[in-house]
Design a protein around this ligand. Structure first.
Ligand code: FES
Length: 353
C-alpha cells in the first residue's frame, strides 16, 4: 500500500476483531471464537469441537442448545420449531444463530465414539486423482443438509457400483464435514478397488455408512502426540493431525516409515506442517523391505529402527503413541511399546487395508 491510502484488509480485520466473540460450552468447558459471519455451529466445528448436530440447516433440531449468558442473534431462518416455553428458557439452534457478545452455552459435546450416531448418506464424487500409481485420492461431497458426523481417525464403509464395498479410514478433518477424503490403495482383483480405479467418475453416487473405529485423539491429554505411520497408514493420521491442529494442540511428532520411498506417498503434506509450525516435528524412514511380509530378520530390523527413533526423541517416552499401518506391522510396533512399559491407554492402533 502507498502511504496515505487506506488498507481495506486492515479495516476488515479490525471490524472482525471488534465483532469476534468468545463462546464457552458447558459442561465440557470447551471454548471457541465466532465472528458475525459464522453460525455458532460452524465456528465450533472449525475449532474442532464436536457439538451435537444433524442437518446444519435448521430442520432437525439436533443442535438445540441453551444460552446461559450473553447475546446471540438469529442469522438464518429455521423450520424446526422451538416452543415459546423453550425460547423463554434461552434455547436456540446453533446452526441458525451467531454470537454478538461473549456467550456461555449449555450444549452436549461428543466425547466418545458412542456419542456419534450411525449414518447412511448418499454422497457424490467431487474429485478423484492419483496420488501415486497405487493410491487414489477420492473426494466425496455430502448433501448440504446431510453431512457426515465423525470423530477424527474414524472409518466408514463406502459402497459403489453394484454394491462393491470397503471399510476405509477418512483422510480429512471433521471440521469440514461436507468434504470427505479417502486414500484408496490399488488391490488388483479387489472388486471395490478395481471399480474405483477404473470406473468411478465425477458426480457418481457413493453410499457412506458409519462411522466406526476408536482410533481417536485423547483430547484431555496434555502429552506430546507421537504418530508412527507405516506405508499407507497415513489417512487416519492425517485426519487426527488436522483435528489436533484445529484444537491448537502443540507438540506433535510424526514418523513415517515406508517399505520404499514411494510408499511415503504424501511427504509434502507432512513437510508443510513441519515448515509452518514450531512444535511439529517430521521424519521419514525408508526401510528398504516390504512391511507386508515381516518374517524373522525383517521384524528385528523394524524394531531396531523404531528403537533408534525412540532413543533419539525424548518427547516419545512421555507421549501418547498412535500407530497406523498394515495389521502385521501395527501388532509388532504395539508390542514393542507395551513391552517398553507404555500403558495400553497411551498406545492407540489402527490397522489399515
Ligand atoms: S443441525 Fe439440524 S437444526 Fe441445526
Amino acid at each position: 500500500m502507498e502511504p496515505g491510502t487506506v488498507n481495506p484488509l486492515a479495516i476488515k480485520d479490525s471490524m472482525l476483531h471488534v465483532m469476534t466473540a468468545q463462546v464457552t460450552v458447558l459442561p465440557s468447558k470447551h471454548d471457541f471464537l465466532v465472528d458475525g459471519r459464522d453460525s455458532l455451529l460452524e465456528a465450533a466445528m472449525r475449532a474442532g469441537i464436536p457439538l451435537n448436530y444433524g442437518c446444519s440447516g435448521g430442520n432437525c433440531g439436533l443442535c438445540k442448545a441453551k444460552v446461559v449468558s450473553g447475546e446471540v442473534k438469529k442469522t438464518r431462518h429455521h423450520d424446526f420449531v422451538i416452543s415459546h416455553e423453550e425460547q423463554d428458557q434461552g434455547y436456540i439452534l446453533l446452526c441458525s444463530n451467531t454470537a454478538v457478545s461473549d456467550v456461555v452455552l449449555e450444549a452436549p459435546v461428543a466425547g466418545s465414539v458412542q456419542d456419534i450416531p450411525f449414518q447412511q448418506i448418499e454422497a457424490k464424487v467431487k474429485m478423484t486423482g492419483h496420488i501415486s500409481d497405487d493410491i487414489l485420492m477420492l473426494h466425496l461431497q455430502t448433501p448440504r443438509t446431510q453431512r457426515l458426523r465423525f470423530l477424527a481417525g474414524q472409518r466408514v464403509t463406502l459402497r459403489v457400483g453394484q454394491s462393491f464395498s470397503s471399510e476405509l479410514s477418512i483422510a480429512s478433518c471433521p471440521c469440514d464435514d461436507r468434504n470427505v477424503l479417502f486414500h484408496i490403495q490399488r488391490q488388483t482383483g479387489n472388486l471395490f478397488s478395481d471399480y474405483v480405479f477404473e470406473r468411478l467418475k465425477l458426480n457418481d453416487t457413493v453410499e457412506i455408512e458409519g462411522p466406526q473405529g476408536e482410533f481417536i485423539l485423547h483430547e484431555k491429554s496434555t502429552r506430546p502426540l507421537c504418530f508412527f505411520v507405516f506405508d499407507n497408514g497415513f489417512a487416519p493420521v492425517k485426519s487426527l493431525i488436522e483435528h489436533a491442529l484445529s484444537l491448537e494442540i502443540e507438540n506433535i511428532r510424526l514418523y513415517w516409515f515406508g517399505s520404499s520411498k514411494q510408499h511415503i506417498y504424501l511427504p509434502n503434506v507432512a513437510h508443510s506442517w513441519a515448515d509452518a509450525l514450531d512444535n511439529f516435528y517430521y521424519e521419514e524412514h525408508v526401510l528398504g523391505f516390504d512391511l507386508h511380509s515381516l518374517s524373522g530378520n525383517r521384524e528385528k530390523m523394524l524394531i531396531k529402527e523404531i528403537e533408534t527413533v525412540v532413543t533419539g526423541d525424548t518427547h516419545i517416552l512421555t507421549g501418547d503413541i498412535y500407530i497406523a499401518g498394515a495389521e502385521l506391522t501395527v501388532n509388532v510396533v504395539e508390542k514393542y511399546f507395551l513391552e517398553k512399559g507404555f500403558p495400553k491407554t497411551r498406545v492407540s492402533v489402527e490397522c489399515v487395508k
